[in-house]
Write a protein that binds this ligand. Structure first.
Ligand code: FES
Length: 243
């Protein structure tokens, strides 16, 4: 994630434009104020009947909004629901969420584009995030990321920290900041599951297993490890939720 959990999100409903007016006298590119390309017309809040939102997605977003006193607080989980549904935050999916939430698409786009875990471009069916922050870096995180790029057939220089998608469009590989599992450094998140400590040779094996539809690196999965002090009798029920 490229920022703190609390984004410098725009004011609710996209209505923060007034609050973001530049000081008088300074020239400003309008696209920097409202997040639109200069040649793209402003879009208001779409009507639900215009966007063809699937019932299950609408119900999911409505349920998420019901959890908060202000519906805008559901923006991130709503975008996550869109991403789960379509594989990434498609423009159509964002419009659907915007219609359900009664906010502008630009408001949700500005949030989706802020977070590395929300994708505003196609990002593969499988996602591999390799931590290169300090603990993992000291234990070979950069080499591990290079090994994943090589196994995926991606150019490390070209991919950088923006990530890269394999030629078949199946797998997204990206370096990432601390994923909060420094004790298993160097580690990676593969399809939202943590694995580590990993070696460069694990990269090719993991990608091959993903291609075969098998669980990757099962012997290095964090969820398969016993908790300190012994096995947990019952998994935490919250982990079974897709929330
Ligand atoms: S530095 Fe890699 S998980 Fe924290």
């Amino acid at each position: 994630m490229n920022g703190n959990p609390t984004p410098s999100a725009p004011a609710p409903g996209g209505g923060g434009r007034e609050a973001e007016q530049p000081p008088v006298g300074l020239p400003v590119d309008p696209s920097l104020v409202d997040g639109r390309a200069p040649d793209r017309p402003a879009e208001g809040i779409p009507e639900l009947h215009e966007v063809g939102c699937p019932d299950d997605l609408r119900e999911r977003i409505e349920e998420l909004m019901s959890r908060y006193p202000d519906r805008h607080s559901a923006s991130i989980p709503a975008l996550w629901a869109v991403q789960r549904r379509y594989g990434w935050c498609t423009p159509e999916g964002i419009r659907q969420a915007a219609a359900v939430m009664q906010v502008t698409p630009a408001y949700l786009e500005s949030i989706a584009s802020f977070y590395d875990l929300l994708h505003t471009r196609p990002a593969g069916r499988h996602r591999v995030l390799v931590c290169t922050n300090i603990s993992c870096w000291m234990r070979g995180g950069d080499e591990l990321l290079d090994a994943f790029y090589e196994a995926a057939g991606c150019e490390p220089e070209g991919a950088g920290h923006g990530g890269a998608v394999t030629g078949d469009g199946e797998t997204y590989v990206s370096g990432f900041e601390c994923l909060g599992a420094c004790d298993i450094a160097p580690m990676a998140s593969i399809d939202e599951r943590y694995y580590g400590p990993l070696e460069p040779a694990d990269a090719a094996a993991a990608l091959q297993q993903l291609r075969e539809g098998a669980e990757p690196l099962s012997d290095k999965a964090l969820q398969g490890r016993e908790a300190a002090g012994g096995p947990e009798p019952d998994p935490d029920a919250r982990l079974a939720s897709d929330a």
